[in-house]
Structures are given as structure tokens and as C-alpha cells.
Design a protein around this ligand. Structure first.
Ligand SMILES: [Zn+2]
Length: 328
């Protein structure tokens, strides 16, 4: 799904932004990382999205570009998606939740709480409760839990999901914002959500196009935290250039990784699509969910991961064991 905020060379030239979702095939079913905009947003944008963002980003609303329709083109059913991991609850990351009514949705507790409180005018524009019919399936995590992973703190596995899929808190864009690290066949990938908007922001000499920079600042909930986490991502990129780090909205990264234009849906039955990454060594352990005190209007299930052995040393392949890098 494409949006077109001002992001070109000048602040007034319209850019081309996408919502980069990942579909991971695990032993226990499909896992979707972020949902982009959904079918409900396509059919009733005026009711679901804020007038402010409809005007600002002018989303191109096409049903065939939604995650649900593209998953069906791959030969799956929407109900095959058992789990959704959200980087955050902005309308353009969480709009497709309703298309997967049976999926469990994993996110940081802070994101759920802030989105539900709707404290500021901007919160009410970006967070759209109209998109959250699945909220009784939300499973939330405390940001301070977890361990260090590749220099990033508080990284953790998720309930009932393989240990090669990790939630990486990256506050700033929102306070409950996180990235998602996935070990695919060719190595680790880090979907950094909206931790940066211009891929050059994690380069040695960071740069961001002016229009994108204005958009990024407008959406910051904690600018110093975002800059701190961008510095961490820059250090990670420098230390591990083999880890593919990409953000939600960069069409070039999408096209490089998927091998197709970001303006067309996936080809029907395309088994070679790199979206169908099989996570190696699935170590699935189910944990009972425990109902906890809920935020207003939201039923919450917090849970503990006790039995998953989070040994990041063994998850990191030794250099000489790494398969040769493939170009998608
Ligand atoms: Zn966002």
C-alpha cells in the first residue's frame, strides 16, 4: 500500500512511501509483521482514517495491495495467519488487523496503552481505534524485559513464536515502538518499522531528505530516544553489515528484498517470493495466557516466556557457517 507524503527533494514534492509487511512461514502457521492499511481502510477510508492523514499522505487505496489479498494470491487463507507482530499501532501499520480476526497480535504494552489513551491531538489522528476489532487477542510485552542482542537492549522472543523472531524495542517514533528481527535462510533481517524513514539515516554519515525529515519530526513522540536508537542501529549496521536493516516506508529496500515493484501486488502462486521466508529451527513453545487488568476498553493478556531458552550466542551463526549471501 502506497502513501505519498511530501518526501522528495524539496519539502513540497510528493514522495512515494510504502508499508513494508513481512510474511513468515513458521511451523505453527503464518506470522505477519505489520499489516499496512487493510480492506476496511480501502472501503471506508473516511470512517477509519483521520482527515488530516488522508489529506497529508493521500494513500492509494487498492484492495489488491492489502496484506490480506496478497496473502491469498500466494495461495493461503487469511485465517492461516496465526500471529501478527506489530512495530507500532499507527494507522498505516495496524490498519489490516481486522482482516485477520483470529490472529494473536503481539506488541509492546506501552504502545497499546498510549494508543488507547489518545492523549494528544496527534495521537487521535495517528491511532485509530476503528481499526482494532481484534484487541481481545492482543498480547503485550513490557519494554524493559529481555536481553541484549547485537548491542540492542531488552530484545525478547514472543509467546508461542520461534526463537528466531525477536521483538526489538526502538522507542522514539512512538514510545512503544519496536523493530522485529527475523532469522531467515540468508541471515538476520531487522524490520525497523518507523525507527527511520530514509535508509541513509543509518549510514556512517547520516542523511535524510528534507520532506521526510519534517514528516519524521512531526510524528516523533520522543525525539532524543529516536536519535539514540538511530545511533544504535547505525552501530549495528557498521558492526554487522550482513544484517539487512530496513524501515517500513522505503520502497527501494522493499524492491531490493522482494525482487518486484512496490506498485504491483505479488504474483499469484509465486512460491519464489522472498516474503515466504521459512524461519529455520522453529522452536515453538506455547504458553498459557493469563488475563491481567485491562486498559479501558481493551482486554489484555500478558504472559510470560519461561521455557524458551534465549541463547543469542547459538542463534548467531558463526561467520564460517554462514551460507553465501543471496541476492533476492
Ligand atoms: Zn508510524
Amino acid at each position: 500500500m502506497t502513501t505519498r507524503p511530501t518526501s522528495g527533494r524539496s519539502a513540497f514534492e510528493r514522495g512515494h512511501l510504502i508499508a513494508h509487511c513481512l510474511l513468515v512461514e513458521s511451523e505453527n502457521g503464518l506470522v505477519l509483521v505489520d499489516t499496512g492499511l487493510g480492506l476496511g481502510d480501502v472501503t471506508d477510508p473516511g470512517q477509519r482514517l483521520s482527515r488530516f492523514f488522508l489529506r497529508l499522505v493521500k494513500p492509494e487505496l487498492h484492495a489488491e495491495m492489502t496484506a490480506a489479498r496478497q496473502i491469498e494470491r500466494l495461495g493461503f487463507r487469511a485465517s492461516d495467519v496465526r500471529d501478527i507482530v506489530l512495530t507500532h499501532l499507527d494507522f498505516d501499520s495496524a490498519g489490516g488487523l481486522d482482516d485477520f480476526p483470529r490472529a494473536r497480535v503481539h506488541l509492546l504494552a506501552r504502545e497499546r496503552d498510549d494508543a488507547a489513551r489518545q492523549r494528544t491531538w496527534m495521537d487521535r489522528q495517528r491511532y485509530r481505534p476503528q481499526q482494532w476489532s481484534t484487541r481481545n487477542h492482543w498480547i503485550t510485552y513490557e519494554p524493559r524485559e529481555g536481553e541484549h542482542w547485537m548491542g540492542l537492549p531488552c530484545v525478547r522472543a514472543l509467546s508461542g513464536l520461534p526463537a528466531d523472531l525477536l521483538l526489538v524495542p526502538l522507542a522514539g517514533h512512538t514510545l512503544g515502538h519496536a523493530g522485529v528481527a527475523i532469522r531467515a535462510d540468508e541471515g538476520w533481517r531487522l524490520h525497523a518499522g518507523d525507527a527511520f524513514f530514509d535508509p541513509r539515516e543509518i549510514d556512517e554519515h547520516p542523511h535524510c531528505r528534507m520532506g521526510l525529515r519534517l514528516y519524521e519530526r512531526m510524528l516523533d513522540q520522543d525525539r532524543p530516544a529516536r536519535l539514540r536508537n538511530q545511533a544504535r542501529l547505525r552501530a549495528l549496521h557498521r558492526a554487522h553489515p550482513d544484517i539487512e536493516i530496513f524501515c517500513s516506508h522505503d520502497p527501494q529496500a522493499f524492491e531490493r528484498l522482494s525482487g518486484r515493484s512496490s506498485r504491483v501486488p505479488v504474483a499469484a502462486g509465486d512460491t519464489g517470493d522472498p516474503y515466504r521466508k521459512i524461519v529455520r529451527r522453529p522452536e515453538v513453545a506455547m504458553h498459557p495466557s493469563i488475563a491481567r487488568e485491562a486498559a479501558p476498553g481493551i482486554e489484555v493478556y500478558d504472559h510470560e516466556v519461561e521455557n524458551i531458552d534465549l541463547d543469542f550466542e547459538t542463534l548467531t551463526p558463526a561467520r564460517d557457517e554462514e551460507a553465501p549471501r543471496q541476492t533476492p
